[in-house]
Structures are given as structure tokens and as C-alpha cells.
Design a protein around this ligand. Structure first.
Ligand SMILES: NC(=O)c1ccc[n+]([C@@H]2O[C@H](COP(=O)([O-])OP(=O)(O)OC[C@H]3O[C@@H](n4cnc5c(N)ncnc54)[C@H](OP(=O)(O)O)[C@@H]3O)[C@@H](O)[C@H]2O)c1
Length: 292
């Protein structure tokens, strides 16, 4: 199969390309190579490459910056997937689009998780623009799968765990306040990439949740990671109100992978198992990178 991967140099796009190139002809594109906010650029790429499948890993992912760069956020996160859906629909082909837990308002009790049937209610420009992207794909594409994931980390690029590591290594005594009242599932891009490979053999359509099993707060996740890395730290739990950010984030964005499980294709295990595997695979490289 010929697969075009947009955002191919991002955290997830990199891992998806690596996993799929073993069995498929994969064309990963950076934003310079293919700007998904341009319908003309999208149509030209599809006409030149004739992909059987597009996997859209491209997005404007800086959640707080989306609040002040609304226009850019909507161009990339809403119009981008719309352009890809239109381009693939005109030519005939499947679209796998990556979305987010931030389409939910987070008001469910922490003991409950969000299924694909739950009503959405984004709190931020990032969440709203990603939701508009989902809606465009749903309306336009007759052959699509939207995978909602959450709290991604991986070897490629920047992420929350890498930031915690860099700060703890720079000064293990420095008090680092980390939010302890938002709940979600830290999800390894390598596992999500294998999950995307697994869904290629299914004909799953519509929306499916795709995150690691179990949940933590940002504080609990960071402590678990630094302990696995054997890096001393002085993390201190704090509340969302003590750590205000431009974008509002859901208190509970725990997703249940109900549709993947029903289809018998879910590969996810606990977030702790994935952090353990991430550390086993990349410990030395992570330490080297964090020390600069
Ligand atoms: N990161 C998370 O915690 C998280 C959580 C939930 C859902 N998601 C979703 O998961 C997907 C992958 O996220 P990620 O963490 O891999 O993000 P990432 O590392 O920020 O990568 C996103 C990529 O999108 C590309 N991009 C930005 N604007 C573009 C444009 N106009 N045209 C084409 N490409 C463009 C960027 O390319 P350049 O670098 O070349 O500009 C970047 O490589 C996204 O859909 C995101 O919304 C992420």
C-alpha cells in the first residue's frame, strides 16, 4: 500500500513512518513539503503520489499558543483535515486522522472514562479546532477513521516527560510544581504507531479512542517516569488553579478504547508498562539529550 503521512517529522508521524515502512511504501511529509492548510498543495500532493491511504499526524499542537494564534490553529487543525478529506474523497482513498482527548469538557467524575459516544464540549481553541477537523472528516470522507489519543510522548521531538527530565537533571533540588488534579493517559507514540498498523487490517470506520490503559495526573506520571529513569527530583503536586495557563484543560480526559476493543484490535497495555519500555529502550539517549 502507498501511504502519505502528513506531519511526518513530528513525534507521532516519525514513529508511524518507522513502523509502516517495513511493509508499505511510506511517504512522510514535513510542513515545508506539504502544508495541509492549502487545498491546492494537498490536491497536488495527492495527484502526484496517488496514495491509497493518508495518515494525518499534522497539527498545531501548542495548546496554549492556540489561544492567541487562533487563525493558525484553525487553519491547521480544522481546515487541514478538511482539505485532506476533500482531496482523498475526490480521488478515492482512506483517511486516518489523529484527534485529541481535549474535545471533551472533562466534567465526568474521575472514576469514569469517556467513550466514543459521549458528547463533546471542548474548553480551548485547540480542542475546538481539532473538533472542527473531526467534523469535517466525518462529513466529507466516506472512508475514514478518526483516532482520538492523549498526552503523547516519544523519542522524537519535545514533550512533557522530556521537559520534566531536563528540569530535574539541571537541578534535582529545585522545587518543580506539577499539576495533580487533571487526569489522563500518558500514551507512547511507538505503541500508538503499532496500533495504527494494527487497524490497517480492519475496516473500522468513524471515531475510535486510542490511548494507553489506566490514568494518572501529570504529577503522578512525571514522578513515575523520573523514578524509572532513576533521576532524583523535587516534584511538588499543585492544583490547576495554582498553575494557571492560557488554555483551559479538561479535569478528566480519560478515554476508554471501547471501539478498538470491540473490533478485537486494541494493543494498548497500562501507561506504566509503556513508560517502563520507553525507558528501557531510550534511557541513555534521553539522558544525553536532556543534558544537552
Ligand atoms: N502531543 C500530544 O500530547 C497530543 C495529545 C492528543 C492528541 N494529539 C494529536 O496527535 C497528533 C500528533 O501529535 P504530535 O505530538 O506528534 O505533534 P507534533 O510533534 O507537534 O507534530 C505535529 C507536526 O505537524 C506538522 N505541521 C504543523 N503545521 C502543519 C501544516 N500546516 N501542514 C503540515 N504539517 C504541519 C509539524 O511539522 P513541522 O515541524 O514541519 O512544522 C509537526 O511535525 C496531532 O493530531 C495532535 O493533535 C497530540
Amino acid at each position: 500500500m502507498k501511504i502519505l503521512i502528513t506531519g511526518g517529522h513530528g513525534q507521532l508521524g516519525h514513529d508511524v513512518s518507522q513502523v509502516l515502512e517495513r511493509e508499505h511504501k511510506v511517504v512522510p511529509c514535513s510542513s515545508q513539503e506539504l502544508d495541509i492548510s492549502s487545498q491546492a498543495a494537498v490536491d497536488a500532493a495527492i495527484a502526484a503520489l496517488h496514495p491509497d491511504l493518508v495518515i494525518n499526524c499534522a497539527a498545531y499542537t501548542a495548546v496554549d499558543n492556540c489561544e492567541k494564534e487562533k487563525e493558525l490553529a484553525w487553519k491547521v487543525n480544522a481546515r487541514g483535515p478538511e482539505n485532506l478529506a476533500r482531496g482523498m474523497e475526490a480521488r478515492g482513498g482512506r483517511l486516518i486522522h489523529i484527534s485529541t482527548d481535549y474535545v471533551f469538557d472533562g466534567n465526568k467524575p474521575i472514576t469514569e472514562s469517556y467513550t466514543e459516544e459521549d458528547p463533546v464540549g471542548p474548553l480551548s481553541e485547540y480542542g475546538s479546532s481539532k473538533l472542527a477537523g473531526e467534523q469535517a472528516v466525518t462529513e466529507i470522507s466516506s472512508d475514514h477513521l478518526i483516532l482520538r489519543t492523549a498526552w503523547l510522548y516519544g523519542w522524537q521531538g519535545k514533550n512533557f516527560l522530556k521537559t520534566m527530565l531536563r528540569l530535574a537533571l539541571a537541578d534535582p533540588y529545585r522545587e518543580l510544581r506539577v499539576v495533580n488534579d487533571q487526569y489522563g493517559s500518558l500514551t507512547w507514540t511507538a505503541t500508538l504507531a503499532r496500533q495504527i498498523q494494527a487497524v490497517l487490517t480492519s475496516d473500522l470506520q468513524g471515531i475510535a479512542h486510542a490511548t494507553a490503559e489506566g490514568a494518572s495526573t501529570w504529577f503522578q506520571g512525571a514522578c513515575y517516569f523520573l523514578e524509572a529513569m532513576e533521576v532524583p527530583h523535587n516534584l511538588v503536586p499543585c492544583s490547576t488553579s495554582e498553575y494557571p495557563t492560557p488554555a483551559h484543560r479538561p479535569t478528566n480526559s480519560i478515554l476508554e478504547n471501547r471501539r478498538l476493543k470491540q473490533a478485537g484490535v486494541s494493543l494498548f497495555t497500562s501507561w506504566q508498562q509503556d513508560i517502563d519500555a520507553f525507558v528501557r529502550q531510550y534511557k541513555e539517549e534521553l539522558l544525553q539529550e536532556a543534558k544537552g
